[in-house]
Design a binder for this molecule. Structure first.
Ligand code: CU
Length: 64
């Protein structure tokens, strides 16, 4: 699954987002691409749960 996180702008954002996703999806593979603002998450998790985790970390997230 992929999410468009437009306010992901630096390595600190990537770290925050990755940690937030791992808090609800410990086994997920998380790939953040700053140039495209895309966060790819691979794992057996509900997209809504991942999106909520990103939003709870203070970012805007939209399924992509
Ligand atoms: Cu940042």
């Amino acid at each position: 699954m992929k999410f468009n996180v437009t306010d992901m702008t630096c390595g600190h954002c990537v770290k925050s987002i990755t940690e937030a996703i791992h808090a609800v999806a410990p086994d997920a593979l998380v790939l953040c691409d700053l140039s495209t603002k895309l966060v790819q998450v691979d794992g057996e998790y509900l997209p809504q749960d991942i999106e909520n985790a990103i939003k709870d970390a203070g970012f805007h997230s939209q399924a992509s």
